[in-house]
Ligand binder design. Structure first.
Ligand SMILES: C[S@@+](CC[C@H](N)C(=O)[O-])C[C@H]1O[C@@H](n2cnc3c(N)ncnc32)[C@H](O)[C@@H]1O
Length: 279
């Protein structure tokens, strides 16, 4: 079948932009180039894959799960229903944290970094790709998420430690950096139907109006951190004040700052101990 016919086929059920993205990914083209390939013939095997994905999309399955892949920070991650689909804000958390690591630990060789609640592994694996000398540990309570993280470590050819742990329960070393995008949606918050129906609730929801994991992590993190550390969180855009209060409750003598995402929302919190940011 031709590219043009395949796009027409999709028009009945999904938005043309989504169909273009789907087809372009499957035939390995840039979606913007599709218009000059409208008469290209697509192999039958790829047509079948496309039609199968279309059916999934029609049933309300997110594009990334239908394709079983997503781009994160320029890397191609495998994703399916076992893990949260990595989000753009999280790329910003990785970018900012890596900048900070390079700035404050520039003279330290062996840096141990924990990606707590790793899901697909997008945070820790990306850090390892862009900063290969880091020793990265990925941990999650979900065994099925860890299967995906392990698959991604192989797919992207990085050596990382992968551990099953309910927060810190199974961790027995100290880290220089802990980075986490924990579940932070309150039980009563409204969530888009496509998210609610497809993504793992274990990755989304937290008690205490979404603050449970910040509370638990902040309460015990110092047992798992070296004297000089960076703790980096992604937060919900309405949670800045509450998270800052928790930091004040549990941590002493730390430098704290927040950053907004590209949409101008407060989405990242950084906590530094025994670090002078100008050093
Ligand atoms: C919001 S998702 C983030 C996944 C991934 N880091 C990302 O940014 O796309 C939160 C992750 O925390 C994990 N999680 C939930 N409760 C946990 C717990 N008690 N201990 C460790 N991980 C937990 C979930 O399984 C999920 O993978």
């Amino acid at each position: 079948m031709k590219v043009e016919d395949l796009l027409c086929l999709a028009k009945k059920s999904i938005h043309t932009d989504q169909a273009k993205l789907l087809l372009a990914t499957i035939i390995n083209l840039n979606p913007l180039e599709l218009n000059i390939h409208l008469n290209d013939i697509v192999e039958m095997e790829l047509v079948d894959k496309y039609i199968n994905c279309l059916n999934n999309l029609e049933q309300g399955i997110p594009l990334q799960y239908a394709l079983k892949e997503t781009n994160f920070y320029g890397f191609n991650f495998y994703v399916d229903e076992r893990v949260l689909i990595p989000r753009f804000e999280t790329e910003e958390l990785v970018f900012e944290t890596n900048k900070l690591i390079n700035k404050v630990f520039f003279n330290k060789k062996e840096l141990n970094v924990l990606d707590l609640g790793c899901g697909s592994g997008c945070i820790g694996i990306t850090l390892k790709k862009i900063n290969p000398s880091l020793n990265i540990t990925l941990s999650d309570i979900s065994e099925s998420a860890l299967e995906v993280a392990s698959l991604n470590a192989k797919r992207l050819n990085v050596a990382v430690n992968i551990l099953k742990s309910d927060l810190f329960s199974n961790l027995n070393q100290k880290y220089d950096v802990i980075i986490s995008n924990p579940p932070y949606i309150g039980k009563n918050e409204e969530v888009a139907e496509i998210v609610l129906k497809n993504e793992p609730h274990l990755a989304l929801y937290a008690n205490l109006n979404g603050l449970e994991f910040y509370d638990k992590i902040l309460k015990s993190c110092e047992k798992y951190l070296n004297d000089k550390y960076i703790l980096a969180f992604e937060i919900g855009f309405r949670q800045k004040k509450a998270v800052l209060e928790l930091i004040e409750k549990y941590l002493k003598d730390v430098l704290v700052f927040t950053k907004k995402d590209m949409a101008g929302r407060d989405r990242m919190v950084f906590i530094l101990k025994n670090i002078n940011i100008t050093e």
